[in-house]
Write a protein that binds this ligand. Structure first.
Ligand SMILES: Cc1cc2nc3c(=O)[nH]c(=O)nc-3n(C[C@H](O)[C@H](O)[C@H](O)COP(=O)(O)OP(=O)(O)OC[C@H]3O[C@@H](n4cnc5c(N)ncnc54)[C@H](O)[C@@H]3O)c2cc1C
Length: 408
């Protein structure tokens, strides 16, 4: 039996995903919440060399955060470290599914609610972010039905419970490749197994983009987890009374910046143009905040540090001014998202930004039996309610398709 220890905080989606990944593998672990215990937090920082949660230790050895153990899982090395042979519940030998739904965000779980109520017995593949993007945000004030607002993770828990109530099966796992020339459709899973299904709803959403600059990568290669982050709600509290920079000019950047001002002494918002792309209401909220200073026409070209933690960032003017170094303790990258469509390249029609193309007015893709819903097929609206709406449409489209093929 291996000894697994997870350092966490109460409100931390990455902690939750790490725990879900371990639980899905049937691993028992000890959890230490460092929130109100500075001694244990110090111990965690000392032993892991990082200042973000979660931090996972397997048999006393630091294995990093959620992304690190997910990478180990993708490479097929995590099971070995955990002393288990394989996961997946014998999917390879399981019968062909009627309907598989990829993703458990607002789109995937809404599709599951509709499909389960239509007796399609859907199987949802969780992916590496159970609950999707809303699990990394705090207050959701624009989802109908919650006049007082709702916390993102709580909302997604409700979606999940509602889907499970009607018999949806949800499993942890990731699809890494697909073969849509075959019938049934074939899905290659991250653990090497193959899953077959008559119909498929792709609701894989989008993930945060990085700048790709030196010093940005996760530790030990860079200062990721040691000052650099893409999740203010997870890591903001580590920067109490400190100076923090945020890169970006869209809604994501405004939301991250606004949230961080709850903790930091000063927030520098860095944008490479002379105006933001964000919606006016979000811009106004940030620009009126006395803690925020904006650096227009400026790019971040490097994250600097002393080998242990980051100490600042290198800035380059896009308007011809001299290069400079800005001292700061934290740096949040908030430049938007990339549709999660790598597994469908060459199989589905994608637009130039990688979003799945659907036939107008429906969720049908160019491949019969494959439907797309939510942010993965929506470069314009990208909201929880639109994702849920298209999730519903995809389930109804899939139901009709399955009826058609059943009746020849
Ligand atoms: C910080 C932040 C705040 C936001 N605030 C709001 C708000 O207040 N109101 C609002 O309406 N919207 C908000 N949004 C937008 C909203 O979160 C998205 O529009 C919504 O989550 C999209 O849902 P989705 O189901 O399409 O995708 P996602 O939520 O991105 O879910 C994608 C799912 O697919 C899974 N997946 C990915 N790849 C694979 C794979 N290869 N195999 C299997 N599964 C996979 C993931 O694990 C995840 O479960 C916010 C977004 C962010 C980032």
């Amino acid at each position: 039996m291996v000894d697994v220890l997870v350092y966490t905080k109460s409100y931390c989606p990455y902690c939750r995903w790490a725990k879900e990944l371990l639980s899905a593998k049937g691993v028992k672990f000890q959890e230490i919440n460092v929130e109100r215990n500075s001694a244990t937090e110090l111990k965690m920082r000392k032993e892991s060399g990082r200042d973000t949660v979660p931090q996972i230790f397997i048999d006393g050895k630091s294995r990093g955060g959620f992304e690190d153990i997910a990478d180990l899982d993708r490479a097929g090395k995590l099971d070995e470290l955990l002393g288990i042979r394989s996961i997946g519940g014998g999917l390879e030998d399981s019968p062909t599914e009627s309907l598989v739904i990829l993703g458990s965000g607002a789109a995937g779980l809404t599709a599951a609610i509709y499909a389960a109520r239509a007796n399609l017995n859907p199987l949802v593949i969780d992916g590496l972010q159970p609950g999707g993007q809303l699990t990394i945000t705090t207050d959701v004030e624009n989802y109908p039905g919650f006049p007082g607002g709702v916390m993102g993770p709580e909302l997604m828990d409700l979606f999940r419970k509602q889907a499970e109530r009607f018999g949806t099966r949800i499993i942890y796992g990731e699809v890494t490749g697909t073969d849509f020339r075959r019938r049934p459709l074939e899905l290659k899973m991250g653990d090497g197994k193959t899953l077959r299904t008559r119909a498929l709803i792709v609701a894989t959403g989008a993930t945060a983009k990085w700048l790709g600059i030196p010093g940005e990568a996760p530790a030990p290669a860079g200062y990721g987890g040691r000052g650099v982050s893409a999740c203010a709600t997870c890591d903001g509290a580590f920067f109490k009374n400190q100076v923090v920079a945020v890169a970006g000019g869209g809604d994501t950047a405004m939301e991250e910046a606004n949230f961080l001002t709850r903790f930091v002494s000063q927030l520098i918002l860095i944008h490479r143009r002379d105006k933001f792309r964000a919606s006016k209401i979000m811009q106004d909220r940030v620009l009126k905040n006395p803690k925020v200073r904006v650096r227009w026409n400026t790019e971040v070209t490097e994250v600097l540090g002393n080998g242990k933690t980051m100490t600042g960032i290198r800035l380059k003017s896009t308007a011809g001014a001299a290069e400079e170094i800005m001292e700061c303790h934290g740096f949040f990258v908030a430049i938007g998202h990339q549709p999660n469509t790598a597994a469908f390249r060459g199989q589905l029609d994608l637009d130039d930004a990688g979003y799945i193309k659907t036939k107008s007015g429906s969720t049908r893709t160019g491949v019969p039996g494959v439907f797309a819903a939510g942010d993965v097929a929506d470069r314009i609206y990208r909201q929880a309610v639109t994702a849920a709406g298209t999730g519903c449409m995809a389930a109804l489209d899939a139901e009709r398709y399955l009826e058609e093929i059943a009746h020849g």
